[in-house]
Design a protein around this ligand. Sequence first.
Ligand SMILES: [Zn+2]
Length: 327
Amino acid sequence: MAHSLHPYQHTLASRVSCHGIGLHSGKAVHLTISPLATDSGLVFYRRDIPGSPPLPAHMKHVIDTRLATTLGVGPLRVATVEHLLAALHGHGIDNARIDVDGPEVPIMDGSARPFLLLLAEAGRRRQHRPRRILRITRPISYHDGEARLTILPHEGLKLSGEILFDDCLIGRQRYSFDYSPENFASELAAARTFGYVEQVEELWDKGLAQGSSLDNVVAIHWDRHRVLNEDGLRYSDEFVRHKVLDLLGDLTLLGFRLHGHVHSCRAGHTQHLGLLRAIAMSPGCWQLVEQPQHEWPPPRRGVRDLWLEPADTLQSPAIPREELTLR
Ligand SMILES: [Zn+2]
């Protein structure tokens, strides 16, 4: 069953902060998430760089997709944004300012759960503008080697992931996720990033993944039958769930909420970005709307709501397609 999406934009009700370490640098990072005005989107700032320009979480600012999703403008960069973006998207936050005092978002426990707990602590505030939804009307596909991504029309957002690894522990895993903030919290947020232990060692040798440890990565044992983490897995299919979590985070870079069913097979950050570009280049396969076409009842208009736009503008179905590339 498709889940209805709240028609209005949301931001945080208050500012929240946390500390962690960067997965690659191993250095301490301070992160603050603050409320932001309607139609602003999710915007990063490098607090350690005086006069840092805004770095919007948008596909046009993606400069690297190896190992993690990295945003950049000129010399400015913020890496490993995907789990935080998944938490913001998953929790239903459209507008937020994110300040970091280093080149990476802290990795926390390797999942989106610590960010989700932080957002729950901040509270959610409804804003007075409707959400813009990119509604898929015809299928769009993207292929890259063995990776394959297809998006089909669907009321609501659904993500179906499949991974295929040549080992006993992971093997072939499939998982489908029906988006709602509740499902995000219970089914996806806690799935951690993972890697083969020798891959992690190889990254260490190259000076990468300096912050990785069993506190933030599920490490697959040399024997391929178990994980090194003492507490084991959080879900029996945690690996594919994490891939779907990454996909949800990267879809945020579209700049709009998405209504469609994404089928993802053996895809990573590079292919996620490929799909986003394929969507942007296929304007005949989607439309931008300001309200789900059905399900959600219009808000009851009390005294506090009188300052909202007239109801007829909330129903406005069409927004010029060119805006997809403007944000
Ligand atoms: Zn990830």
